[in-house]
Design a protein around this ligand. Structure first.
Ligand code: F6R
Length: 365
């Protein structure tokens, strides 16, 4: 049932504040300001040699975001892989490590094969999964459910933001257990997480402005997305959503990679969507925007009020997202990038809920 919405995808985009709140409430104790993970984890965070993450598509991008969180909060090295690469690479694994697999369906063939490889190689396997009865959930040692509810639209939206919510919670707990986060920091981070749904609601109000912008985006051939830090996976997620829904060619790049190749693509025809909250690396992204502007590139900046004020370049559109704590920026910024892809596809008249050639669950490699 799509409710009042035109597509399942739009309904699922709008469900996000609610399902992220539900997922956060499952892992976070708001009154105590603490993360609540299962008490009987079969390993000790403090002694963990390494974390490996494997997943596909959007779930992979949730894993890539989590790498930044685990390294920052818990000071632990993280290997992140696309599951189809991981499963055949025969990577050596230090026994006693933690493998995290991320999957909405819990049936993705390559992710399942990665899980099995990790198990055979002495890893503790943790699944961040949306379907608790799935094969991946059943075969994992630890299941961390995302409480997104059934996702019908082929393009993942609410499962992604719930994956981010679970992974951020785990990273905070790991940081606490490893002694890199104290009680005060934990309380602050938990409070920030609990605010994500409210900010997502605010971000949903950007829909009319984004629908307007989509009219011009639907006329272009290619779009480049740029981001740094945790905005880098969000830039790639933006590109993935746009190409799968609207069939417009899109690439997501780390902003610092611009001059190592993609800058050659920039001309007056090329929209460049820059995902850049006003954070500790904002200035670096501003230089990249200046490089784009100097070559006539059409900048669409997704930022907050401070970022808009300090952008120092001419943009064709600036989408002003609420000012949010850095940790939850990827969760909140997912909303505008999903809406950009959705509305561009609607403008193009493509089948938003069932894009051509795609299956919701990829159970063959
Ligand atoms: C993109 C999308 C896919 C899935 C990928 C993994 O919008 O939905 O990239 O994220 O096929 O699927 P799961 O999460 O079911 O393992």
């Amino acid at each position: 049932d799509k409710g009042n919405h035109r597509h399942f995808m739009l309904k699922e985009i709008y469900e996000q504040p609610e399902v992220v709140a539900r997922t956060a409430a499952h892992y976070l104790d708001m009154s105590a300001g603490k993360v609540r993970l299962p008490a009987d984890l079969p390993f000790d965070w403090a002694k963990l040699p390494r974390i490996s993450i494997a997943a596909c598509g959007t779930a992979y991008l949730a894993g890539l975001t989590a790498k930044y969180w685990f390294e920052r909060f818990a000071r632990i090295q993280v290997d992140i892989d696309i599951a189809s690469e991981f499963r055949y690479r025969e990577t050596p694994m230090v026994p006693g490590g933690l493998m995290i697999v991320v999957s909405q369906s819990g049936e993705t063939a390559d992710t399942l094969a990665s899980l099995r490889y990790a198990k055979e190689n002495g890893q503790h396997v943790m699944a961040v999964v949306n379907v608790p009865t799935s094969t991946i959930a059943r075969e994992s040692h630890i299941v961390m459910p995302t409480l997104a509810g059934p996702e019908i639209g082929v393009a993942s939206t609410k499962a992604f933001t719930c994956q981010l919510t679970v992974l951020a919670s785990i990273a905070i707990a790991a940081g606490k257990a490893r002694g890199f986060i104290n009680d005060v920091d934990e309380d602050r981070l938990v409070r920030a997480m609990m605010e994500a749904p409210r900010f997502m609601n605010e971000a949903l109000k950007l829909e009319p402005a984004i629908a307007q912008l989509a009219k011009s985006l639907s006329k272009v051939r290619d779009v480049l997305y740029l981001g740094r830090g945790t905005s880098y996976p969000i830039a790639m997620e933006g590109a993935l959503k746009l190409k799968e829904l609207s069939y417009i060619h899109a690439e997501g790049y780390a902003a610092g990679e611009l001059k190592h190749g993609p800058i050659a693509l920039i001309d007056e025809e090329m929209p460049v969507i820059v995902i850049a909250p006003f954070d500790h690396i904002y200035e670096k992204t501003v230089s990249n925007m200046q490089e784009v502007a100097a070559r006539g590139g059409q900048i669409i900046l997704v930022t907050d009020a401070k970022g808009a004020e300090h952008a120092e370049v001419k943009t064709i559109a600036t989408i002003v997202v609420p000012d949010v704590p850095a940790t939850i920026a990827p969760i909140v910024y997912s909303v505008p990038i999903q809406l950009i892809a959705y509305h561009t596809a609607v403008e193009m008249g493509t089948d938003v809920d069932q894009p051509r050639n795609l299956a919701k669950s990829v159970t063959v490699e």
